[in-house]
Design a protein around this ligand. Structure first.
Ligand code: DAK
Length: 258
């Protein structure tokens, strides 16, 4: 792959978007390669996926403006679907995802980060949905996910004004979970990933599924989703191990992912 690098260390995978000359902007090839990388990752051996951008300036500076500039209506719709399908795939990936945001997260870059479960950024990170300044709407989920994460009023302000915000403001409004110095970014993401990976993998996956699916339905249905996922945990060996370890006052747990 030319623009995507995937590495796995134990249970933790890192997918790096590697097109630093264009600030990791998402052209068709980058998106295709992200999709192909997701095809190739063996989810059974993975417990957390970190997504980041190459270099120390940009996570992803958006969809590729040069490529988009020549699209007609049909092609624009198809392009939106192409990106949306991949970002939705990421959002519903069976393992938790952490966006390690190392700089600009604009347009499609902010949307990519919002498709991840958790966002950690460096102090130089900049977020925004600048699309209306380019004559388009956000097209990779920004009109939907931003409002769900930061609330309708703030999302509308960011999208209508096309204004960027810095890391501290992103933290203040709940767009990111944590802000750290650039040099600590990957270590912080890896530490959180390791903490996630140390817990019962099936339970973590089911918790992700319950949160994501429950948010799409009313509370009565959401609670039923939780009950089913909770019940499913009792059919796992890891539930037996987790509770046995507690009762034996044992700190080490030998979770088998089954
Ligand atoms: N696309 C293509 N190239 C980009 C790019 C982008 N989004 N962002 C940066 N680059 C390229 C620059 O063109 C430049 O390339 P060269 O000129 O060196 O060949 C190189 O990266 C370095 O950028 P700068 O020289 O501009 O670097 P600066 O430090 O001066 O400025 C910047 C950094 C991030 C402030 C600036 O590059 C910038 O404003 N970039 C554009 C940011 C942006 O507007 N992003 C949002 C893109 S729109 C939809 C589907 C999808 C979308 C919308 C609708 N539908 C189907 C409905 C998504 C839209 C977007 O993401």
């Amino acid at each position: 792959m030319e623009y995507v690098v995937y590495e796995q260390n134990g249970f933790i995978g890192t997918l790096t978007i590697n097109r630093p000359k264009a600030l990791n902007a998402l052209n068709k090839q980058v998106l295709t390669e992200i999709n192909e990388a997701l095809d190739e990752i063996c989810m059974c051996s993975l417990r957390c996926l970190i997504i980041t951008g190459a270099g120390d300036k940009s996570f992803v500076a958006g969809a590729d403006i040069g490529e988009m500039s020549v699209l007609n209506r049909e092609e624009g719709t198809a392009w939106g679907k192409f990106g949306n399908d991949i970002f939705r795939r990421l959002e519903t990936l069976p393992v938790p995802t952490i966006a390690a945001i190392n700089g600009f997260a604009l347009g499609g870059g902010c949307e990519l980060a919002m498709s991840c479960d958790i966002r950690i950024c460096s102090e130089n990170a900049v977020f925004g949905q600048p699309e209306v300044g380019l004559g388009i709407t956000p097209g990779f989920g920004g009109t939907q996910r931003l409002a769900r994460i930061v609330g309708i009023g703030k999302a509308k302000e960011m999208i209508y004004t096309a204004s960027n915000i810095k890391a501290d403001e992103a933290y203040r409004i709940g767009l990111v979970n944590k802000v750290v110095p650039q040099e600590e970014l990957m270590a912080t993401a890896q530490k959180m990933a390791a903490k996630i990976a140390s817990n019962a993998p099936v339970a973590v996956r089911l918790a992700k599924k319950a949160i994501n699916e429950g948010l799409q339905v009313d509370m009565d249905k959401a609670i039923v989703i939780e009950e089913c996922d909770f019940g499913d945990c009792f059919a796992t060996e890891d539930q037996k191990e987790g509770m046995k370890a507690f009762l034996e006052k044992r700190k080490e747990k030998n979770f088998q992912n089954k």
